[in-house]
Design a protein around this ligand. Structure first.
Ligand SMILES: Cc1cc2nc3c(=O)[nH]c(=O)nc-3n(C[C@H](O)[C@H](O)[C@H](O)COP(=O)(O)OP(=O)(O)OC[C@H]3O[C@@H](n4cnc5c(N)ncnc54)[C@H](O)[C@@H]3O)c2cc1C
Length: 399
């Protein structure tokens, strides 16, 4: 699929929907590349753009004041000369006239529209309105969770992915007994494979986290409108005063239903991150055609946001280049910093190429069909970054 823009000249007006990392990075990239036209940024949150990775780490632990998560100072935002419209959600898009309608009744027209609305946390049935149950996506979520954890004896985290494991690690430093529940055998089993997820399981156990993994979660139990436990598929109930549900997120595309854009686990885009002529998507919400991998991908990680914003800004200004990044994410749990470059497909062969497992400082290399697809550093950030060059992204044979 390749979508052609109908207007090769730089657009006079750009509208960015979503005032967070992806939206802000796009504006900054446009200005850096010399764009002098009008820019409006529309966001539904009231806060000025802030960063999310610290929310499960420094903000949740209390090491940072919430204000430190702000992405830019007021002066830096003002210097961008972009109109920031906050606290007003986009509710509809008409791609033909490039008009966005907002909850408060605004009608914003532009020559180019950038969709940067991110994702929303998934929830469990019966979770809404139940006291003591949290998700973690926004600054307000992080502050509410921190307040709950400070007075809590038993926390159950539902979800053994990156976010669930980070929350569990941070929560342990705040006092409560912490249990992680989820269907996979070890934390991050899907993201890092059996070797490293086994080490993460050891790490969490050593630091006092109880792992109740390998059993699905059926739902929550409640008493007097407050959560009382987490019911596993086995019928067992894990008692809890506070529950965090970290079972993944869905692209925030509801407002685009009926727009005619292709929505399928994100805003589907061509290799230039273009969803329709003059309409682009960037960040967690974007599912674009990665030319080297030969398929659509969507990434939910911080580094992609900045890189993709730069690529989209270039395309808006007339460049014709595909976006073909080597995916990258990091996670911090207790005193361990993990970096993952590239991809770790299920069943990939792994060998340790630097450091050693026993010392808990190593670089692991992952291969599929003899080709290096990913590199993981465990407390070895620099060494893992240097080996990134070994990664060869390609479409599977026969593709
Ligand atoms: C707690 C937490 C910890 C993380 N830690 C890491 C980490 O350690 N490493 C890593 O690589 N990544 C991490 N990530 C992921 C990273 O933060 C995301 O990839 C990044 O924030 C995505 O940015 P985004 O701008 O695409 O989406 P978002 O940050 O979700 O921003 C989208 C914005 O659009 C707004 N919006 C949604 N719908 C509308 C609408 N209809 N109208 C107007 N505005 C709308 C949203 O409210 C939001 O403000 C973490 C994420 C979280 C939540």
């Amino acid at each position: 699929m390749r979508i052609e823009d109908d207007n090769a000249a730089a657009p006079a007006r750009v509208l960015v929907v979503g005032a967070s990392a992806a939206g802000l990075s796009t504006v900054e990239a446009l200005r850096r590349k010399g764009y002098r036209g009008e820019i409006t940024v529309l966001g539904d949150e009231l806060h000025a753009p802030y960063d999310r990775p610290p929310l499960s780490k420094q903000v949740l632990s209390g090491a940072w004041e919430p204000a430190r998560a702000a992405l830019r100072t007021q002066e830096m935002l003002a210097a961008l000369e972009a109109e920031l419209v906050l606290g007003d959600p986009a509710v509809a898009l008409d791609p033909a006239t490039r008009t966005v309608h907002t909850g408060s009744g605004r009608e914003l027209r532009a020559d180019a529209i950038v969709i940067a609305t991110g994702v929303r946390p998934r929830t469990l049935p019966g979770q809404d309105g139940l006291a003591g149950v949290h998700v973690l996506r926004t600054l307000d979520d992080a502050l509410a969770l921190r307040t709950s954890l400070l007075g809590c004896a038993r926390l159950v985290v539902v979800g053994e992915g990156v976010l669930g494991a980070e929350i569990a690690a941070t929560a342990r430093t705040l006092g409560p007994a912490v249990t992680i529940a989820g269907p996979l055998p070890a934390p991050l089993a899907l993201q890092v494979g059996p070797l490293v997820s086994g080490l993460l399981a050891e790490l969490h156990r050593e630091r006092g986290v109880v792992l109740r993994l390998g059993a699905g979660v059926e739902g929550l139990t409640a008493e007097d409108g407050r959560v009382a436990g987490v019911r596993l598929g086995t019928g067992e109930v894990l008692p809890a005063d506070v529950v965090v549900v970290a079972i993944g997120a869905s692209p925030a595309t509801q407002w685009l239903e009926g727009s005619g854009l292709r929505l399928d686990n994100g805003v589907v885009c061509d290799s230039r991150c273009r969803a329709a002529p003059g309409i682009y998507a960037v960040g967690d919400v974007a599912r674009w055609h990665h030319e080297q991998l030969g398929r659509l991908i969507r990434l939910e990680n911080r580094t992609n946001v900045t890189e993709q914003a730069g690529a989209v800004a270039a395309v808006i200004l007339g460049a014709d280049q595909p976006y073909v990044p080597v995916p990258y994410f990091w996670t911090d749990q207790f005193d361990v910093k993990i970096q993952v470059h590239g991809l770790i497909p299920a069943g990939a062969e792994v060998d340790v190429v630097e450091g050693d497992l026993a010392a808990r400082r190593f670089v692991a290399r992952y291969r599929s069909d003899g080709v290096v697809t990913g590199v993981l550093g465990w407390n070895m950030p620099k060494q893992s970054r240097l080996r990134r060059a070994e990664i060869a992204l390609s479409a599977p044979a026969g593709h």
